[in-house]
Ligand binder design. Structure first.
Ligand code: SF4
Length: 464
């Protein structure tokens, strides 16, 4: 009987996709997916250290697993992701029942561990070989790992790893390493295969996708012939993100192309024009602003002023009037006074985002902001977060109400999680829509009349 694995994932899309690769490595080694921790032979916790809260959740989950290990000493436990990279073998001291620790750049090392595991497990149950794999591994960016995907309509595709921006509050450059772009041919081969497997939507993943290609060192200039669907034409060329989007747009069968995350400083006029020109590139962009105060943006080392950021928003909206824009906001950054905070509130009122991800500033090990003066107390940070969320909730709901009566094109993703008789899907602008219909519609684009706006979704009816 094949052994079973279970993956517990914390954090962002990058981590969700990394977990698909971890699942791919286990499946490729003959493991089946467990229903949960109870029937697993191996448990992997894929961690996120972007905020204190995510870290605390991880420690309590790992603490919970001790009981399962005591009950079954043959159970194997591995810790992956950004906390693994940050804490390393130090985790063994606090959690001696952990067997393997590997970083975001070392998912490929699972193959060796799984292989060793089957050897170890047949010998003695409590043979303690605690291993870490945390090397800075540039090769990781070019290794095409097996992927066990969650969905059947939409797929994540990594185009780059790491980040060079060193925003003063962020751990990513320390845990995921410096920026590396995947080879064009690898990306095109993966996307062509996904389309052939029936996937209709691709989301390109990277910490800062707008700087894709910056470190690709091929010299031959891009030249047209991209032969439709074939791989021969896709040589590794010196290419930027806009060119990559144009190449992906040529792949037969794809209906939608999305990407996340963009850095405002690297959002070019060329990219805005490319989004405008290519019908399958969705009219939605996630463009983190973080704060409306130039003083705080400078302390964050974001590399732009609010005026410069707003000019990019205006350029996007003049090119695509219906584009949906979402963002990230940090409240309570060290030194943020009431005036700075009011500038962030004004930014929300002025830009009217379709949605935001807002968080309190959280001290992160190794980041520059830890050493900044005037750290705020939790009460102030929480109050400001609540005010931001309240304001944005009004804006989001009003924008959703404006869609009532409209007919929107929706890519059907599958059964609704909230209502089993309904289907769910998303508009090009990334709005979630629920409506009645049969599962035969999965993977198709349907026109839906919006009947009712909700806070975070829309209800509608399919127009034949
Ligand atoms: S751009 Fe800044 S916030 Fe985003 S991953 Fe890079 S360092 Fe972190």
């Amino acid at each position: 009987m094949s052994k079973k694995f279970h993956i517990h994932t914390f954090g962002c899309q990058m981590n969700v996709h990394d977990s698909e690769k971890i699942a791919g490595m286990f499946s490729e080694s003959g493991y089946a997916e467990a229903h949960g921790v109870n029937d697993a032979d191996v448990i992997v916790i894929n961690t996120c250290s972007i905020r204190e809260k995510a870290e605390q959740k991880f420690y309590s989950e790992l603490g919970r697993l001790k009981h399962f290990k005591d009950r079954d000493p043959k159970l194997r436990i591995a810790v992956a992701g950004c906390i693994a990279q940050q804490k390393g073998s130090g985790l063994f001291k606090r959690f001696p029942y952990v067997d393997f620790i590997f970083g975001p750049q070392n998912i490929d090392s699972l193959e060796k561990w799984i292989g060793q595991e089957s050897g170890v497990r047949s010998q003695k149950s409590d043979n303690k070989t605690q291993i870490t794999e945390l090397t800075d591994n540039p090769e990781h960016s070019i290794k095409n790992l097996p992927v066990k995907r969650e969905g059947r309509v939409s797929a994540w595709v990594s185009i780059m790893y790491g980040c060079d921006n060193f925003c003063s509050y962020c751990v990513v450059p320390y845990t995921r390493g410096r920026e590396r772009s995947r080879q064009v041919s690898d990306i095109m081969t993966e996307i062509t295969e996904l389309s052939a497997q029936g996937f209709k939507e691709i989301t390109l993943l990277g910490q800062n996708v707008n700087s894709y290609g910056k470190n690709l060192n091929e010299t031959n200039p891009p030249s047209p012939p991209f032969d439709k669907g074939g791989q021969g034409g896709f040589a590794n060329q010196n290419i930027d993100f806009s060119d990559l989007l144009k190449a992906i747009h040529e792949v037969n069968g794809l209906k939608r192309i999305r990407f996340v995350t963009s850095h405002p400083r690297d959002l070019s006029k060329k990219l805005i024009r490319t989004m405008q020109d290519l019908p399958n590139v969705c009219e939605h962009i996630h463009l983190p602003v973080q704060s409306g105060s130039d003083r705080i943006l400078s302390l964050m080392n974001r590399g732009y002023t609010f005026k410069q950021y707003k000019e990019k928003i205006d350029a996007l909206r003049s090119a695509m009037p219906d584009i949906a824009i979402t963002t990230d906001i940090i409240t309570g950054f060290p030194g943020e006074d009431e005036q700075d905070f009011e500038l962030t509130m004004n930014a929300l009122r002025e830009i009217e985002y379709d949605g935001i991800f807002a968080f309190k500033y959280s001290r992160r090990q190794d980041t520059a902001a830890v050493n900044l003066p005037e750290h705020l107390n939790e009460k102030t940070k929480s109050e400001r977060l609540a005010r931001v969320l309240d304001l944005q909730a009004e804006i989001t709901f009003r924008k959703n109400i404006e869609l009532e009566g409209k007919i929107l094109e929706v890519l059907v993703e599958g059964a609704s999680e909230t209502d089993k008789d309904k289907l769910t899907g998303r508009t090009g602008s990334n709005k979630i829509v629920n409506f009645y219909g049969g599962l035969e519609l999965m993977g198709t684009l349907v026109n839906v009349r919006i009947l009712e706006a909700k806070q975070h979704s829309l209800n509608g009816e399919v127009i034949p």
